[in-house]
Design a protein around this ligand. Structure first.
Ligand SMILES: Cc1cc2nc3c(=O)[nH]c(=O)nc-3n(C[C@H](O)[C@H](O)[C@H](O)COP(=O)(O)OP(=O)(O)OC[C@H]3O[C@@H](n4cnc5c(N)ncnc54)[C@H](O)[C@@H]3O)c2cc1C
Length: 329
């Protein structure tokens, strides 16, 4: 079966949905195709019997005026709020105070603003795309027996994931190849009782971890004592091929070591902790490549995503939003 749209968008993360929202609001017929069973991409949340975790993006900042205006709307709608958690940095010897910053989070999870953006937009989940091709000036997306067609096609996945989809020799392949992504292992921690540490978020500047956060300290979260620790790109690259169980065992040991030299009174009681690990294969980009926060070729094929706009949630929003503007001209 083949359906015709103005714009097809691959990926229901922040870039794909900010693009879809602006296009649909301007009257375009849009379809979003997503590989995963749910939306969110790297802003997705993890939910188990032990509660929820923001296991990807932790918070976002808003420096661009369009994005700040959008954040204000989300805040008014109740799906975003300020995280006033106590943030510290740790260098292995001393705590320090990172620069003051307004930090925003989705409520009740990081993916909440995406649920707001997607309202009324047609999204198909669990689409396993076989390929894309240009057919008489239109773009066609093929998945098993199904196909969809549109004048414009937008790819919003991380560069490493979209590169294999591009037609051989296409000019955009050079852009995609120039921005390899770094992985990140996340350690999800549940404690049977409150952990009393002198911070809610900790930037870690030595050892295997880069970040530790008390998920429960963010607004609108449940009462479960859940924490998230992120491993560094270096550690994650070195241990990329491990099973989640193996990675969890190594990270759990490293988590214990983290506190050895820390001047804290109440160390987490390890027998009360439950840990699991999750691998983000394409977590962050290594290099910015384009002058614009998107790329649009003359044949109607376009790329958007955080990796084209300095990384981060704000960059992803900016990229999708700016691309939609260019497609509307
Ligand atoms: C561990 C971690 C911590 C982070 N911390 C922060 C933070 O604190 N602050 C911050 O601002 N940012 C943070 N980020 C980055 C932030 O999450 C991203 O910048 C942002 O979410 C990227 O959005 P995106 O739409 O560009 O890409 P994504 O969110 O990756 O969306 C791409 C979508 O495309 C889908 N897709 C992939 N392949 C296909 C396919 N073949 N067909 C269809 N769909 C496909 C994916 O499933 C995904 O839903 C973090 C990321 C990670 C992983």
């Amino acid at each position: 079966m083949s359906s015709h749209y103005d714009v097809l968008i691959l990926g229901a993360g922040m870039a794909g949905l900010s693009c879809a929202r602006r296009l649909q609001d301007a009257g375009k017929k849009v379809l979003v195709l997503e590989k995963a069973p749910g939306l969110g991409g790297r802003m997705a949340c993890r939910s188990t019997a032990k509660g929820e975790w923001d296991h990807g993006a932790q918070y976002f900042t808003a420096s661009d005026s369009d994005f700040a205006a959008q954040v204000a709307k989300w805040q008014q709608a109740g799906c975003v709020d300020e995280w006033a958690g106590k943030i510290q940095a740790w260098d292995g010897q001393y705590f320090s105070q990172p620069g003051a910053q307004q930090r925003w989070v989705g409520v009740p999870g990081m993916d909440a603003p995406l649920h707001q953006l997607v309202e009324g937009i047609e999204v198909l989940f669990e689409i396993d795309i076989d390929g894309i091709r240009n057919l008489d000036g239109s773009w066609q997306v093929l998945a098993g027996e199904e196909s969809w067609q549109a004048g414009k096609l937008v790819l919003t996945m991380p560069a490493d994931q979209l590169a294999p989809l591009l037609p051989a020799g296409h000019a955009l392949a050079v852009v995609a190849a120039s921005c390899p992504m770094e992985p990140s292992w996340a350690l999800l921690i549940h404690s049977a009782r409150p952990i009393d540490l002198p911070f809610d978020g900790l930037f870690i500047n030595q050892g295997p971890f880069t970040w530790l956060a008390r998920n429960t300290s963010k607004p609108g979260r449940g009462s479960e004592e859940n924490w998230v620790a992120h491993a560094s790109p270096e550690w994650s690259r070195e241990h990329l091929a491990l099973t989640p169980d193996k990675a969890c065992a190594l990270l759990t040991r490293a988590f214990g070591d983290l506190f050895h030299d820390m001047p804290v009174d109440n160390l987490p009681v390890f027998k009360l902790l439950q840990m699991s690990a999750y691998r983000w294969r394409y977590a962050s980009s290594t290099a910015a490549v384009a002058e614009q926060p998107y790329v649009l070729s003359d044949d109607g094929l376009a790329l958007a995503g955080d990796w084209l706009a300095g990384g981060k949630v704000e960059g992803a929003y900016r990229s999708g939003f700016a691309l939609a503007g260019a497609l509307l001209v």
